[in-house]
Write a protein that binds this ligand. Structure first.
Ligand code: NI
Length: 169
């Protein structure tokens, strides 16, 4: 297993749509293990394949530690939100968006369908933090970042700061 480099804004891979996974092979299993290690070492609550430069519909996440339970890695291939309801506003950050957090409004409960790492169908019902993480990571696979959900004003402030930092480098 290896810790992979995490791609950060403004890398274009974060704005691309990931492709459906059609073949489950050794390379994919290695990518899953590496993404898990990368997420835990960051540390982060979730990671989407775009963030390590792979345009495949794959997310890994684990909110159990944050909720006081032992570590439990979850992996979903080709995840899809099939239902969402309620509303939650929570502060989010992202391993691909350095030094910035903001409140984001999302569904408070979601039902996600996809495949597990062996290709068997899975359904995950997420509430609260898990619902937020699922929506955040699935957004990544569609080239969407949490800053796309905040006000234009706040996003403008952030993007100007990012530009300044890039110019100073
Ligand atoms: Ni993220």
């Amino acid at each position: 297993m290896a810790v992979l480099p995490i791609y950060k804004l403004p890398d274009p891979v974060l704005r691309q749509e990931a492709r459906e996974i059609t073949e489950i092979n050794g390379d994919l299993q290695r990518l899953i293990d590496d993404m898990a290690e990368t997420m835990y070492s960051a540390p982060g609550l979730g990671l989407a394949a775009n963030q390590v430069g792979e345009l495949q519909r794959l997310i890994v996440f684990d909110v159990s530690h944050k909720e006081g339970r032992p570590r439990k890695l979850q992996v979903v291939l080709n995840p899809c939100i099939v239902a969402g309801e309620g509303e939650i506003i929570r502060e989010e950050g992202c391993l691909s968006v350095a030094d910035f957090c903001a409140d984001v409004r999302r569904h408070a409960q979601v039902l996600v369908k996809g495949l597990d790492r062996e290709g068997k169908p899975v359904e995950i019902t997420g509430e609260g933090l898990l619902a937020v993480v699922l929506q955040h990571e699935i957004d990544h696979l569609n080239g969407i970042l949490f800053i796309d959900h905040i006000s234009r004003f706040k996003r403008g402030l952030f993007l100007r700061r990012l530009k300044k930092q890039a110019a100073a480098r």
